[in-house]
Write a protein that binds this ligand. Structure first.
Ligand code: AHR
Length: 634
């Protein structure tokens, strides 16, 4: 029997218990969730014309120049000068390849925009969307005005066919000089229809999980290979054409496509992260650089006596999120379209940082944040090794400091997850809380291009998650990592959600996360077998929560063995309300089974209702399965 004491609440389950961790890795943002279709729209990539290919005659019809304004315009120094010399339509132009091509849909409106200036009227632009076979699937023209100053122009047109890998041609006709910058193309069907917004299908996958928080923007990109390319939130807010791009830290490392063409344009910047978190009902959890670059690559740190600007960035971020519109940063938030505060409650200082250097810097941040914003909870890093010496040292130091929340990461083999469901049973109930901030079971090994999101990894994570849920008194947040990957542009695997230019699918690991999150409940209660928590005995794992809002008891059981087993569920403490219970089962007979773009639901939750009689609910738990049981109670 598995006996659940539904009346004895052990602890509340935090609303933040299950969340998502977003990083611009694997084309997660640029080329992914940020719906911009034009690659290198403002010519700031490492090679200025990366993504662009000149078309037609560059001598007889005209020529191109990239001008660099350098320090005069540090955030966006380069622009394109088109010098047309009597160019005929279709003979002189540029083609943009998109990130891995452009995903274009039939019947959808596309919004083209460009910043330009033109001393004399004389050049007309013709736009064409071209499919893989070279056919034109949408076109329009744009006639720039005469304008000595930069101005924004736009035109919209509709595609008449679908193409997963289209490109955009721009042809120039006429005579004279035309300067162009921020050449942009967005689909109409962005998340909430926001112009220049996010890919709706990708955001919807997150919304469907009902996440309690969104951690952003990383990950290693917070730290940077070196401090010059660390993530600086202030460079990601304000008008999009004034955000300063940097090369993405995930560009070449581990890449099976080592072209350094992965940049952070910051079209998805901190304002957009806050806004998306709000849209999907999740707490925003920004992580900031703590004055240290990525310790895997370099030992670069900022001297302690020069840490002040980093700390100021943290204080200013809280003002940006929560400040009155009369404050400097609150005013910017309002100008960007959100006068109401975002109600930020958490801030992270450091990602995977360790050693005494981290502790020293963290102390400075903590003092400043607690002094000015005592109600903000600070998330601390505990490095990357959940058992090693570094972790032990930090865990002790951070707890001594009275850390609010400590972020633990584990990228381990499935056996580790199956063997660690009791990890938090011995943690101090009254001390710092835990954020399981990055985890994923690795089918091959940590950092391997052979890792797959197969059912074994997902099931092992499910077993481990029962341990997190059982310990909701200590564990207040958890998120899988990385979140997104583009099938043609990834550097890291496994990943929770995979996409191409038009499609998206959830891995078995996604369904595990989602099932825990949407069945979060309000209070953890005990589920015991022979008086003990199920942490792997007979390959069974279990946790249980009461959902006071729904009036239901929720039980999650993982059967990690290769044989189905029968168990009776006995609900003590509360009475069953009716004779129908709901079951959701996620399983596969093959541990190697994966989902894919063509078979997105090879492994997906199957729901059913079950009539029960008497006090005991007898269940057959399928081999290699996660079963979620919802029992109405009163
Ligand atoms: O999730 C991928 C990377 O793994 C993150 O950027 C980093 O925090 C961790 O090492």
């Amino acid at each position: 029997d598995i006996v659940v004491n539904a009346a004895k609440k052990i602890a509340p389950v935090q609303s933040t218990m299950w969340g998502v961790f977003f990083e611009d890795i694997n084309l997660g943002a640029d080329g992914g969730m940020y719906a911009e279709l034009v690659k290198n729209r403002s010519f700031e990539f490492y090679k200025p014309l990366m993504g662009w290919t000149p078309q037609g005659s560059q001598v007889k019809e005209g020529s191109f120049l990239v001008l660099n304004r350098g320090f005069a315009q540090e955030a966006n120094p380069r622009f394109l000068r088109v010098l047309a010399a009597g160019a005929e339509k279709g003979k002189f132009g540029l083609s943009n390849e998109g990130f891995r091509g452009m995903g274009i849909k039939a019947g959808l409106r596309y919004d083209f925009s460009v910043w330009y200036r033109q001393p004399e009227k004389g050049v007309t632009m013709y736009l064409e969307l071209i499919d893989e076979k070279g056919g034109v699937i949408g076109s329009t023209s744009f006639v720039p005005d005469q304008s000595a100053d930069w101005k924004k122009g736009s035109v919209s047109f509709t595609s008449n066919a679908t193409s997963p890998k289209a490109k955009l041609n721009i042809w120039f006709e006429g005579n004279g000089q035309l300067d162009l910058d921020m050449i942009s193309l967005f689909p109409e069907d962005t998340w909430k229809g926001r112009k220049g917004g996010l890919r709706a299908d990708m955001v919807q996958m997150l919304a469907d999980m009902k996440p309690g928080f969104v951690r952003f923007p990383g990950g290693c990109i917070v730290e940077g290979h070196d401090l010059t390319v660390r993530y600086q939130w202030k460079k990601t807010v304000g008008p999009v054409e004034q955000r300063q791009q940097i090369i993405n830290r995930w560009n070449a490392e581990f890449a099976h496509r080592p072209t350094p063409d992965y940049f952070q344009t910051f079209g998805l910047g901190f304002f957009e992260y806050f806004q998306m978190s709000e849209d999907i009902g999740a707490e925003p959890l920004p992580i900031l650089n703590c004055g240290m670059a990525c310790q895997f690559n370099t030992a670069e740190v900022v001297p302690l006596d020069q840490l002040e600007p980093y700390v100021q960035d943290a204080l200013d971020l809280i003002e940006f999120a929560n400040g009155e519109v009369s404050t400097k940063w609150g005013k910017l938030r309002a100008e960007m379209g959100h006068p109401a505060p975002f109600n930020l409650k958490y801030i992270g200082v450091g990602n995977e940082n360790w050693g005494p250097q981290y502790v020293e810097r963290l102390k400075v941040f903590t003092k400043a944040i607690r002094e000015k914003y005592p109600s903000i909870k600070i998330v601390n890093s505990s490095g990357t090794d959940p058992e090693g010496e570094r972790f032990e040292f930090l865990n002790k130091e951070l707890r001594k400091m009275g850390a609010d929340i400590i972020d633990e990461h584990y990228y381990r083999r499935p056996e580790w997850f199956l063997g660690n469901a009791a990890r938090y049973d011995s943690y101090d109930r009254n001390g710092s809380k835990v954020f399981a901030g990055e985890y994923a079971a690795q089918s091959d090994r940590t950092v391997s291009i052979h890792n797959r999101n197969n059912w074994l990894t997902a099931m092992a994570e499910a077993a481990f998650l029962t341990g997190l849920e059982r310990n909701a008194e200590v564990v207040h947040m958890a998120s899988y990592a990385p979140l997104f990957a583009h099938v043609e542009g990834w550097q890291w695997t496994p990943d929770l959600i995979w996409v191409d230019n038009l499609r998206v699918y959830g891995t078995p690991n996604y369904y595990v996360q989602k099932l825990f999150s949407v069945n979060k409940g309000t209070h953890v209660v005990s589920a015991l077998s022979g008086g003990k928590a199920l942490t792997g005995q007979d390959s069974l794992y279990a946790s249980s929560v009461l959902d006071e809002n729904a009036g239901e008891l929720v039980l999650k059981i993982v059967n990690a063995s290769g044989a189905g087993v029968n168990r009776n569920i006995v609900v003590d403490g509360l009475k069953r309300n009716g004779n129908v219970i709901k079951l959701v089962v996620l399983k596969s007979a093959q541990l190697e089974q994966v989902n894919s773009l063509d078979q997105p639901k090879a492994i997906a939750p199957a729901e059913s209702a079950l009539q029960v009689k008497g006090k005991k609910i007898s269940l057959n738990l399928a081999s290699h399965s996660l079963t979620v049981i919802r029992v109405p109670v009163k």
